[in-house]
Ligand binder design. Structure first.
Ligand code: UFG
Length: 328
């Protein structure tokens, strides 16, 4: 298929682009490199550099695309509380522009990068797609608003779409992994301690209502996540908007993640308890049964060790490359 990937230089978008190219699809990426990396671009994909809002109409008018995978977005919960304008413009307004451009140019197949943050603090886990959505931050609110917009565009204008609500995406796929200028996610931060780039990891709260008092999350391997996107794209039906949660179905506490990183890296990884981070729920665990049943999704890398090993292989290779560059 001829596929347009917005945000194809970001963490999730770049891994999906690699997988699409490997599977023989013809891929064009739009990315402005505001958070993405040039190194992460898949060889073989065509790049259009710039803002999706500015480029989408002309790109879809010129390209005869079969499908769009839309990743380009702001995605930091804390930042969204401080700068909601950026989140509503870059996430919501840009996606409306994309939906209108798809409609105007007869492109009817969309896969949208949604999030577990649409649910907010869940009343129970595992979280199924029919549970109430009550986002606790602007990031989740923008993604939920987009999901609603997609549903109405699907009903009225025949777009076939899938929203994938990711839980905690982690791991790496070969040479592509988490490599952000501003890092806030647990696994890459812990691995930065093992690399010697940070002294210690702060545990945000040890008084949560969980077995060891630290927050529990459902970590999903980036490569399994990419498979779900391809399956969704290949099975979208005009006029139908599907929503699927994607996780491994298992919860790990912050302490369990740090312990696994100690085992995998052989580094002691000093940790210190700090206050809770605003907006964090205690426990988020996905039910991905719907994706398994309806999409035929079969995650292969659900154990935490594989996720951390792959993330570590990527982080250490990145650290060595930076070290060699410094040596000159
Ligand atoms: N954590 C620490 N120390 C750190 C970083 C994180 O203890 O230095 C904790 C967090 O408080 C949280 C857990 O580790 O309990 C995981 O935190 P991440 O920042 O890695 O991920 P989040 O669960 O906050 O975020 C994920 C996705 C978001 C999504 C959110 C939904 O990355 O896109 O889940 O709640 F919005």
């Amino acid at each position: 298929m001829k596929v347009l990937v917005t945000g194809g230089a970001g963490y999730v978008g770049s891994v999906c682009t690699h997988v699409l190219v490997e599977q023989g699809h013809e891929v064009t990426v739009i990315d402005d490199f505001s958070t993405g990396n040039r190194d992460a671009l898949a060889p073989g994909a065509t790049l259009i550099e710039g803002d999706v809002y500015d480029l989408i109409e002309d790109t879809l008018a010129a390209g005869k695309f079969d499908a769009v995978l839309h990743f380009a977005a702001r995605s930091l919960v804390g930042e969204s509380v401080e700068k909601p304008d950026e989140y509503w413009h870059h996430n919501f307004v840009t996606t409306l522009e994309l939906l209108d451009a798809m409609r105007a140019n007869g492109v009817q197949n969309l896969v949208f990068s949604s999030t577990a943050a649409t649910y907010g603090e869940p009343a129970q886990v595992p979280i199924t797609e029919d549970m109430p959505t009550a986002p606790t931050n602007p990031y989740g609110a923008t993604k939920l608003a987009i999901d609603h917009a997609i549903t109405s565009y699907a009903n009225a204008y025949g777009i076939g779409a899938t929203s994938l609500r990711y839980f905690n995406v982690a791991g790496a796929y070969g040479s592509v992994g988490e490599n952000r200028e501003v890092e806030t996610h647990l696994i890459p931060l812990v691995l930065q301690v093992a690399m010697g780039h940070r002294d210690k990891i702060y545990i945000f709260g040890d008084d949560w209502p969980t077995a060891d008092g630290t927050a529990v999350r459902d970590y999903i391997h980036i490569r399994d996540l990419a498979d779900a996107h391809v399956l969704a794209m290949e099975s979208n039906q005009p006029g139908n908007h599907r929503i699927f949660n994607l996780g491994s179905g298992d919860g790990f506490s912050v302490r369990e993640v740090i312990d696994m990183c100690r085992e995998v890296t052989g580094h002691p990884i000093p940790a210190e308890v700090a206050p809770r981070r605003a907006g964090d729920p205690a426990t988020l665990i996905a039910s991905s049964e719907k994706a398994k049943t309806e999409l035929g999704w079969q995650p292969q890398r659900t154990d935490l060790r594989t996720i951390v090993e792959d993330a570590w292989a990527f982080t250490s290779q990145l650290g060595e490359a930076a070290h060699s560059a410094q040596q000159g």
